[in-house]
Design a protein around this ligand. Structure first.
Ligand code: ASP
Ligand code: MG
Length: 406
């Protein structure tokens, strides 16, 4: 008998009827003869509501109590799911993270899972009981409830699947799988049957919202077969697997975008050793993540311009820090721009194909779209462009890489 983990996201458990429906998906697996562990998110919108309550009580607050409050949403859905399953005649029991226990470190609000105890769970599963486990949380070293960071119930599911040695981890959501591009923008996008871990990791970290980035990394490290599929339609989803499982590999598998970045150009930065270190050091200390960086060669060896991106949410904080440090940096001025998007083409096939970047640049040039920044990895090319051209760029690239379907 196969052990599988089924995870249901916020929209899939967004109310009584939806939980009832999700329970029928669990029943399908039970009826197939699988041993099933279910991981649930809070009802859609509930975690935001809880976060707001905490922030309203005190904008600056004790992180332990934040976790105590925001972890509660999942406890509600786990209990309701267990009841819904019982109503379908299935033996089911709910578990919170600390009951399992899911051991984490003590970084409240962004805890890392260290170990999951599975002895009791395995015994229950083997006896035919469905275990419904709260996502998003665990218990820290000093015995308090921790949460894993927003969207963290994907991670709970993957980590549980790894710990149980599950045959597959099904992530049930409100879309039918992973698409070649956002189908709300590119009507000719199609669902991928399979995608590699590496591609999925890039897709998620470059803005595709369908899976939590850390959950993909964990699945890759532990070789957990992942499936992303819809709770609401009865069609197979997208399998996230090792590269050797994919026979016909496209050069570009998907196109992702992110509106979450902002660009800062530093004009007239003294061109001397150590200047990048003194620029980015304080940003790192302030936990500000810098993504793309481009530095120009100075013509006169004296001053240069440097452009980089940070999360839009960090833009003001970054500018404040730069202004504060500028007596040391000595830049002429800082020029921020939040009206940008990052568009990334992703595919492991890039490793063995030349001309992938050229296709991208030609397609964008053909539409008169100016590229502001470029960054690449082995399996990804990202460009930063004006937000006004997002839709045009996505459609042009989707066509240029032969991804369109009618
Ligand atoms: N409920 C949590 C959140 O909204 C965790 C999750 O749904 O993945 O962030
Ligand atoms: Mg989610």
């Amino acid at each position: 008998m196969a052990v599988i983990v089924q995870k249901f996201g916020g929209t899939s458990v967004g109310g009584i009827d939806r939980i009832r429906h999700a329970a029928t998906r669990v029943k399908q697996a039970v009826d197939r003869g699988d041993q099933v562990a279910v991981v649930v998110s809070a009802m859609g919108g509930e975690t935001n509501r809880l976060v707001d309550l905490v922030r309203t009580m005190a904008p600056v607050h004790d992180a332990r109590e934040y976790d105590a409050v925001v972890s509660s949403g999942e406890q509600v859905t786990a209990g309701l799911m267990a009841i819904a399953l019982q109503q379908l005649g299935i033996d089911a029991r709910s578990w919170t993270g600390w009951q399992i226990p899911v051991h984490t470190d003590d970084v409240y609000g962004a805890a890392r899972i260290q170990r999951i105890e599975t002895d009791v769970l395995k015994e229950r599963l083997a006896n035919g009981q469905v275990a419904v486990v709260t996502g998003f949380q665990g218990i820290g070293e000093v015995g308090r409830v921790t949460t894993l960071g927003r969207g963290g119930s994907d991670l709970s599911a993957v980590a549980l699947a790894a710990a149980l040695g599950a045959e597959r981890c099904d992530i049930f959501t409100d879309v039918e799988g992973v698409f070649t591009c956002d189908p709300r923008i590119v009507a000719k996008a199609s669902k991928l049957d399979k995608i590699t871990y590496e591609e999925m990791l890039e897709m998620a970290s470059q803005g595709a919202k369908v899976l939590h980035t850390r959950s993909v990394a964990t699945a890759m490290n532990h070789h957990v077969r992942l499936q992303v599929l819809s709770t609401f339609t009865d069609t197979p989803g997208t399998l996230v697997v090792d590269e050797d499982e994919i026979v016909e590999q496209q050069v570009v598998s998907g196109i992702a975008y992110s509106r979450d970045d902002a660009k800062i150009t530093i004009i007239g930065l003294p061109d001397r050793p150590g200047v990048a270190a003194s620029l980015f050091g304080p940003l790192a200390d302030a936990n500000i993540n810098v993504d793309m960086i481009v530095q120009n060669i100075s013509e006169d060896g004296d001053r240069t311009d440097l452009t980089f991106t940070v999360a839009k949410a960090d833009l003001d904080r970054t500018l404040d820090l730069l202004e504060k440090d500028n007596d040391k940096l000595g830049a002429e001025r800082f020029s921020p721009d939040a009206n940008v998007v990052k568009v990334s083409v992703i595919g492991v096939g890039m490793r063995s194909h030349a001309g992938v970047a050229r296709t991208m640049f030609d397609a964008l040039a053909g539409r008169g779209i100016n590229i502001q920044l470029i960054s690449t990895s082995e399996i990804k090319i990202s460009v930063l462009i004006s937000e006004d051209y997002l839709e045009l760029a996505l459609r042009a690239l989707h066509t240029a890489y032969g991804l369109d379907v009618d």
